[in-house]
Design a protein around this ligand. Structure first.
Ligand code: UDP
Length: 386
């Protein structure tokens, strides 16, 4: 007899939710979606705190993309608030735009010196260009190198050591490459065509995406207790062989009892604070790039545009090594050669199961933005729907 479900998805974050919707809607699949936490949305989950401020419990999520297909797909389930993210680095009390740009340059080097540096940078790399800090530090020009040293010291090195426990040279260059020096006066964090937060929040977006008669979501459900992977590649759901597609969006090592050792991640601790002021910092996020133990402070009202006179909520972020302890969340894969190799050992085990698909930031051990995960999910569904 045919089972109740013919598609199993583990994890109700961006990867799992996008895949669930398409397979249910276009493929007519009867999807069972298992989620360990008590809510959908993964780390993009948002909720109202006890003072009525809409917060991102797992850190700031700002949607931005150039991918029209992703934007159109998600726009079926939400309108957007048009928020354009702006970040300042707190450099000994001076707020400098990040990515470091021509305005930051003037703040760091007022007057003729800064103007000469701007001319030289634009003459060398071109106006409106983005140049990574590691590239700038490799410049043969002593003036550019001196500027690069300033930016490295005041924007990158301390923040990166707090965030990763390693220096910019020790981590994947693509990571600091996410925030290149920008030879522009555009002080937005992202330049993508589509930017914003879901008008009513991320959680309603996910709830609408998953609201389909062919989708069953089971919250508070650890897949470990329901799903087994056998050595011969058979997958069992509640003891019965399951031959429909199984999309797994959790950490790859956990799928195999971490038998080769844990995949390294960074985890975060968030300290939320209510402040009896209209506005705490004037920016969505302020990065603490020269001092303080936290990496950044996010003030959610700036992101959401919520009007709540007299009070605001902020979150300080602290980064540390993930240990796998109960309740800890793996946020960032630590991408390097050794860790990628370890990941590939798990991936090879997964490949023994012909109907198993690893999808998303955790399962693929990648530093994906939300839009990239959504794009990957859409592509996987294109294949599965063929
Ligand atoms: N970074 C930094 N200083 C900053 C902003 C970013 O050193 O003020 C580096 C740091 O290594 C960080 C990386 O650039 O981890 C990527 O920053 P992004 O803001 O993209 O990180 P996310 O928001 O994904 O945590």
């Amino acid at each position: 007899m045919e089972g109740k479900y013919n598609c199993l998805i583990i994890g109700a974050g961006m990867a799992g939710a996008v895949a669930a919707r398409r397979l249910a809607e276009e493929g007519g699949r009867r999807v069972l979606l298992l989620e360990r936490r008590g809510h959908v949305g993964g780390n993009a989950y948002d909720c109202y705190d006890e003072t009525g401020v809409l917060i991102h419990r797992y850190g700031p999520h700002i949607f931005h993309t150039n991918n029209r297909r992703v934007f159109d797909f998600l726009s079926r389930f939400t309108a957007w608030n048009g928020y354009q993210h702006r970040v300042a680095a707190n450099v000994h009390g001076v707020f400098m735009p990040v990515p470091f740009n021509l305005t930051s340059l003037e703040l760091a080097f007022p007057g003729a010196e800064g103007a000469a540096l701007a001319d030289k940078l634009i003459g060398t790399y071109g106006a409106e260009r983005k140049v990574t800090i590691l590239e700038l530090r490799g410049s043969g020009d002593p003036d550019i190198r001196a500027l690069a040293d300033y930016v490295y010291e005041h924007i990158f090195v301390h923040y990166t050591v707090k965030q990763w426990g390693q220096t910019p040279e020790e981590i994947d260059p693509a990571t600091t490459g996410r925030v290149p020096v920008f030879l522009s006066r555009d002080d937005r964090y992202f330049q993508d065509v589509y930017q914003g937060l879901p008008l009513e929040g991320y959680t309603p977006l996910f709830e609408r995406m998953l609201d389909h008669p062919n989708i069953t979501v089971e919250l508070h459900t650890d897949a470990a207790g329901r799903v087994e992977l056998e050595e011969d590649g058979t997958i069992r759901l509640d003891g019965a062989a399951f031959d429909g597609p199984v999309i797994y969006t959790g950490a790859a090592d956990e799928l195999f009892g971490c038998r080769f050792g844990r995949l390294p991640y960074r985890t975060l601790d968030f300290q939320f604070e209510h402040i009896p002021r209209d506005d705490f910092q004037g920016y969505g996020t302020v990065n603490y790039t020269v001092d303080q133990p936290w990496t950044r402070i996010t003030e959610f009202k700036h992101l959401t545009g919520q009007k709540l006179p007299g009070h605001t909520t902020v979150a300080r972020e602290f980064s540390r090594a993930y240990t796998g302890a109960e309740g800890e969340i793996p946020y960032y894969a630590i991408i390097n050669e050794a860790n990628n190799e370890l990941y590939h050992r798990y991936r090879q085990l997964a490949e023994r199961c012909p109907n198993l698909y690893l999808l998303g930031r955790l399962a693929e051990y990648k530093y994906y933005n939300m839009d990239a995960i959504a794009a990957r999910a859409l592509e996987l569904c294109d294949d599965l729907l063929k």
